[in-house]
Design a protein around this ligand. Sequence first.
Ligand code: PMP
Length: 327
Amino acid sequence: MIQNSILESIGKTPLVRLRKVTENIKATVAAKVEYLNPGQSVKDRIAIKMIDDAEEKGLIKPGGTIIEGTSGNTGMGLALVAAVRGYNCIFTTTDKQSKEKVDLLRALGAEVKVCPTNVEPDDPESYYSVAKRLSEEIPNSYYPNQYENLSNTQAHYETTGPEIWEQTDGKITHYACGMGTGGTISGTAKYLKEQNPEIKVIGIDSVGSVYKHYFETGEFSKDEIKPYKTEGIGEDIIPANVDFDLIDEVIQVNDRQAFLMTRDLSKREGLFVGGSCGAAVSGALEYARQTELKSSDLMVIILPDSGTRYISKIYNDEWMRENNYID
Ligand code: PMP
């Protein structure tokens, strides 16, 4: 059984029951462990789909350059695809991202441009604007734009959704997922609700992001935007990949809750995960307690990435103390 390339190992990740962090919850709670993808995150799924679709449409040619604004995980997925298929990569990211993530992208041969976090999205210095400008300047380049590219949602509609449906024998009742670009939640939820419209979808957002307010009021409010440290979820824009019609509830989680749960998942469940995983589990369990899920309920939570990218932060006691997350 020899695979043609590492790209064939993307997806088909395990669903693992959470046993210890679920105290006082009657429902079965299971986590989809996306760090077991070859690029160690859920974003491998969209990387291959966006490039497959671009190749099919003739948007990228052999030897071309992939340019993307990425917090690291999409970049890692794109870098794997680029290595196997012979493309160059230039990524723009923000100075909020872990050094590990930037080093990893460079290790895979990508060029990385680090841009400031605390500027408006339409500021010429923002990582969105720099990616866009480079894609206009560099010949034979392709800008996948994971925020607006609906291949992102489609990847989860075609893979993550069907996998969860099959792995739970169609018994899933609740689906909880962090919201970054919105691709994971929207694509998976669309597939699951087509199978069973009763399934409840819970979006996990960060305190400091615009999503919860927008979900509840339909209004975009700049006043909601505040700095926070959880990487990968929450936004200061409303991307095309978020379909709010598929979402039943949005729960906001702060950095402290997210990071303490992240460490718990490692120490108590053996799941060595990243900060947005702690946020997703913390928010999902808050929802499970509030709504008193029954023993017949089955909740699935997405764990997007691995702890290896946060060794110098969430898993570093000094950093946790400096930020007042632990005493
Ligand atoms: N967690 C992490 C660590 C991520 O990198 C991302 C992607 N931005 C997400 C969660 C959110 O996934 P999505 O973009 O599909 O909403």
